[in-house]
Design a protein around this ligand. Structure first.
Ligand code: UD1
Length: 341
């Protein structure tokens, strides 16, 4: 019997790629998404890649009635909870919406899981939980700093909720994956990152600028204490990231975890600067990105990248794709979206 995984936010960027990897690994998937920051195009893309229909339920994970019905309609072996708001800047202006949605959906999901005896949850966490760490790269044991945004705080709070809930309900097991900066797209260019409106994140802004949708990329600061003065991040390919979820789900359903609640860094271990990333994109794709260096963006941290030793050893997972491959995939996807040959 195939194991069935509920993917919340499965029409979103990471959720859609993870759905493809789960199906290819032999899982059944049901997607639930309220389409608040995603489009049915992703569901179509998934179907085109796989050649099969994936059950899709349009519902909000904070809606307990809808979630209870979903858990009555299907028997799940595991849940991956992607559905959340994720824009740092927006969260500064809309803190209550962020706390309500990101915390509310996790609590609702855990309640419904507990009541329907679904015991395995993989949670989308983020390197944002570390804040600006004193020592780099960060390991899972690196102390968390105070969050600098409501978004980051919701990720910290969700991790705490998981920690205490898996202790209180020992049949529930959780894994939080702390993603670094996810980027890239599926090699078919049929799914990828599709932000609504003006992108907040670097790579969609780069690809849209190259495509002529945006006039100019602003590089936020070149006066940081880094080799070229721009911020350092760890850009993890979305396919590598999706595969980490398959491994985490398998670890849970096979009962191979070392504790009720586990945390893993999911990154490459490579620090790449904003300027390096722009240059790599231009070189690999032979396109020009019009950019200008402007002042720092409020709330940005100077540098963060992952020590991935624990995920490498314990999950047997490591990032495989090179930054060149990732930048090529990001551009192929943008060209597909814009109809550029
Ligand atoms: C942040 C969070 C991350 C979260 C993500 C969600 C941290 C360390 N990271 O990522 O956990 O999942 O938001 O959106 O808190 N940049 C430009 N020009 C642009 C856009 C970005 O120069 O137009 C620069 C930023 O200054 C930064 C880098 O590119 O140095 C990456 O920015 P972005 O893609 O927004 O991600 P983070 O802020 O690192």
């Amino acid at each position: 019997m195939k194991k069935r995984v509920l993917v919340t936010g499965g029409a979103g960027y990471i959720g859609s790629h993870t759905t493809v990897e789960l199906i290819e690994a032999g899982y059944d998937v049901v997607i639930v998404d309220n389409l608040s920051n995603s489009e049915l195009r992703a569901i179509d893309g998934i179907k085109q890649i796989l050649g099969v229909d994936i059950p899709f339920v349009e519902a909000d994970c904070c809606d307990k009635v809808a979630m209870t019905k979903l858990f009555n309609d299907y028997k799940f072996d595991a849940v991956i909870h992607f559905a959340a708001y994720k824009a740092v800047g927006e969260s500064m202006a809309l803190p209550l919406e962020y706390y309500q949605n990101n915390i509310g959906s996790l609590i609702t999901l855990l309640e419904v899981m507990r009541d329907s005896k679904v015991n395995n949850l993989v949670f989308s966490s983020s390197c944002t939980v570390y804040g600006q760490a004193d020592v780099l790269p960060v390991t899972e044991m690196t102390p968390r700093k105070d969050a600098t945004s409501p978004y980051g705080n919701t990720k910290q709070m969700c991790e705490d909720i998981l920690n205490f809930s898996t202790a209180a309900y020992p049949s529930i097991h959780g894994i939080a994956l702390r993603y670094f900066n996810p980027t890239g797209a599926h090699p078919t260019a049929l799914i990828g990152e599709l932000p609504k409106g003006v992108p907040n994140n670097l790579v969609p802004f780069i690809t849209q600028t190259a495509a002529g949708v945006r006039e100019q990329l602003s590089v936020f600061g070149n006066d940081y204490n880094t080799p070229d003065g721009s911020n350092l991040r760890d850009y993890i390919d979305v396919i590598d990231l999706a595969k980490a979820h398959v491994i985490a789900v398998t670890r849970l359903v096979e009962g191979k975890g070392k504790a009720n609640y586990e945390v893993f860094n999911i990154g490459t271990g490579r620090a790449v600067s904003v300027l390096e990333l722009v240059e790599t994109f231009q070189r690999v794709n032979d396109v020009k990105v019009n950019y200008k260096i402007v002042g720092r963006r409020e709330g940005d941290i100077e540098a963060v990248w992952a020590d991935t030793t624990y995920a490498n050893n314990e999950l047997g997972w490591s990032a495989k794709r090179t930054i060149d491959e990732t930048m090529a995939a990001a551009w192929a996807w943008e060209k597909n979206v814009r109809g550029i040959k």
